[in-house]
Write a protein that binds this ligand. Sequence first.
Ligand code: ATP
Ligand code: MG
Length: 581
Amino acid sequence: MAFIIKWLTSQPIRHKVLVFGLFMSIIPLLLISFYYFYHTKIDLENRIKEKQELILQNLSTEISLEFNLTSQHLQNLTLLSAPSRTDSEFYQLLQQNESIEEIVILDDRGNVEKRISRYKLNKPETHEEWYSKGMWQKLKKNNKAYSDVQINQLGQPVIKLAVPLYENGVTKGAGVVIQLQKIIGKIASFRQDQASYLYLLDSKGKVIAHQDSSKLWQKKSVILTDSVLGVKQQIPGLNWSLVMEEPKTSAFKPIYKMFNDGLIVMALFTIIVSLISIYAGFYFTKPILMLEKAMNKMKYSEEFSRLPVERNDEIGKLVESFNEMGIEIQAKKEIEEKMIQTDKLAALGLMASSFAHEVNNPLTVINIYAEDLLDRINGSDPTLDNHELDNYLQKITDNAGRCKKITRNLLNFSRKTNWTVSEIDIKEIIQNTITLVDYSLNKKNIKLTSHLGKIPVFPGDSLKLMQVLVNIINNSIDSIEKDGEIAISGVLKDNLFCLSITDTGEGISKENLPYIFDPFFTTKTLGKGTGLGLSVCYGIIQQFGGTIQLISNVGKGTTVEIMIPIHIRKKEGSSWGKTES
Ligand SMILES: Nc1ncnc2c1ncn2[C@@H]1O[C@H](COP(=O)(O)OP(=O)(O)OP(=O)(O)O)[C@@H](O)[C@H]1O
Ligand SMILES: [Mg+2]
């Protein structure tokens, strides 16, 4: 369960809407379906049982009547005088009742005097003993007697029924052998129902007649099982029970069909609900995705373009609020941009004399070498050989190159640009920054060291990052009166670029520390500082999605810590693995 919730929370909204739609529609449907299925099944089971009981009552009476009728016919036979008991009377009885296997007339000792059988030739002269155990005694007391259930020559269950026959002052008997399978067959034929089956149980629970003769003689005590529905009915006048059973598969066939149909309907329903949910998911998330896209665009682009408000609902209002927010952010950005530019101009102003010196030195060197070379050429100095000429020109080229580098960096730094994303090579940015502040460093005899770990190139505005470094290093230079150190170090920790600039300057007092990022906060004399440096740094680092903080100890120095999240992109020729000290 916890896994499902975790998975669900990590999914986009449109998946959640889909799951929610399916869950809310199918679960209630399933519950209702199972509730009705269960109750309909129980109801059907009760109805089937009621019906079976009713049928069984009638059939039991029918069996009882059958036996009574047979004994009645037999008694009628005994009432006839001996000469009138012709074979045709016997055959008529056999014809009337097809469950009778044989009819016998017994003498006063119970031996067969006359036999008319449905299957075998009559041999009355054998005088065999006919009654089974205890039957003769029963007959003396009652006007009819039944034997126990027996098996005939065909292996079928039979029962003997005998009635007394009074003739010439002696008590003789008349009897019939009844086939129980025939009785069950006859009873079953009254019914149209093919699914259920009938059988007879004796007093010990043994099957003495069954529609399926292979089930004969089995011991059946349990009627209701998991797979069968059944009812039991005592037969009046006999010590037997009639049982009706129906397999549940056929009894519940209509309900299973209904269930299967229901499943098909449910599958169709699921497809329809899924499609609606997918549509709803897209309908609701489309404007959110549009907002997300617009927000990402707003992060880097200069212009903010309003999103169209197409709806009047909450999402429409959200889009309206987004538009208002976008306009406000745009205005704020413009102010920030102006601040950045002002700060840059201020920094340039302060560094102007340094640049003049920086460029002046190589120019002086160029001038000296050029003049000396000109004098020697004009004076046709014979000692001026090619090697020396090379040397002169090399010196001039080196110094001209240095001037070019300084002016290029200066021009680059002073350029007014909006947020422009390029690949930042942090080593290159630091080197360019150093050329801008080199003169000030030398003037105060400050040693600058930089140590960079393996930092890959990362996307961002390189000029803005350079502006941050210039501001921070200038602050450090300002904080050192003479002879000090500035150490730059950069490492990558789990996609976080951590840059720290530590100086051995005067530090910041505890009272001033909370205000250093405020625009126009400065402790410097009028004309020396605008107080925009750190606030501009803060704004730029925020645009990088990073953080900046200062840790300072008065008298010991200050450390500026910058953290920028970067998304590593491997690129050939990048500054991977380059370390500088
Ligand atoms: N490394 C540092 N050492 C000591 N004090 C510092 C350092 N960095 C900043 N400060 C203090 O924080 C103040 C604000 O710095 P910030 O860079 O914003 O403005 P500023 O340097 O005074 O002026 P600007 O940078 O515009 O020339 C500084 O005036 C200074 O008091
Ligand atoms: Mg400053």
